[in-house]
Design a protein around this ligand. Structure first.
Ligand SMILES: [Zn+2]
Length: 246
């Protein structure tokens, strides 16, 4: 393995390059601004260098465009009594309670998680899993409404599927078949930022790449999109990390 340091928009990133028996090359972004580049051992040296430079320059573009966010570590957990703002619901406070069965009760400004997990070392983790399922349930109809609003007002296209996922290092994606997927972590960010990602992904139903026509379409729908895009790039990941302590 070897390590090099690169600077993207004034921030330091470490690129770890290592070799594996995989058939293809890949690049992943890890906590602490680390980019891991994995290259197949069997490739010729020149090909390894070419592909790795290509992956790194694409990564720099995505990070710089605010398209790639650092995934949260698995131990980012909410604790009982903490509060957070949640898309479409304003500020919500959560409470964790040991109970005979699993259930999440919600009212206008709080959620109470009943967990049957009696192992203290697993309790918070279990509550967080139950909470996440509930939050996904609550968010999906609101996100659908918001996508529908922008789509019917500006894009008038057919969206084949809308999903919210927590397994991705990007804020949103739109497939060639107009399946829109948003990152679960986005739901904890201000609603105008969620709107920006929605408009961005809807614009991909018209243009797949980030060319001038793509950005002028985004701008025609959301004239101040650049501020929102900049905010997401600068604060998106930090803002979510703050959830730990609020
Ligand atoms: Zn895009």
């Amino acid at each position: 393995m070897f390590v090099e340091e690169i600077i993207i928009d004034g921030k330091k990133y470490l690129v770890h390059t290592y070799f594996s028996n995989n058939r293809s090359a890949r690049i992943t972004l890890r906590e602490g601004n680390v980019l891991n580049v994995s290259l197949p051992t069997r490739w010729p040296k020149t090909e390894q260098i070419r592909i790795s430079q290509n992956l790194i320059s694409r990564a720099i573009k995505s990070i710089s465009a605010g398209k790639w966010c650092v995934p949260l570590s698995k131990n980012t957990l909410l604790t009982s009594g903490s509060s957070f703002s949640f898309f479409g619901y304003g500020r919500l406070r959560v409470f964790f309670v040991l109970a005979s069965s699993d259930e999440v009760l919600s009212n206008s400004d709080s959620l109470t998680v009943h967990s049957s997990c009696s192992d203290p070392s697993q309790f918070t983790q279990h509550c967080n899993s139950l909470l996440k399922l509930k939050l996904l349930d609550l968010a999906l109809p609101k996100i659908r409404d918001r996508i529908e609003y922008f789509n019917s007002s500006f894009f008038k296209t057919k969206i084949s599927k809308i999903s919210i996922r927590d397994n991705s290092g990007i804020w949103g994606s739109c497939s060639a078949k107009s399946k829109i997927s948003l990152n679960y972590k986005l739901l904890f960010l201000p609603s105008e930022i969620v709107d920006y990602v929605i408009v961005h992904e809807l614009a991909h139903t018209q243009f797949s790449s980030h060319g001038p026509r793509f950005w002028s379409l985004v701008k025609s729908v959301m004239p101040d999109y650049e501020n929102r895009k900049r905010w997401l790039k600068l604060h998106g990941s930090n803002e979510i990390a703050l959830l730990r302590s609020c």
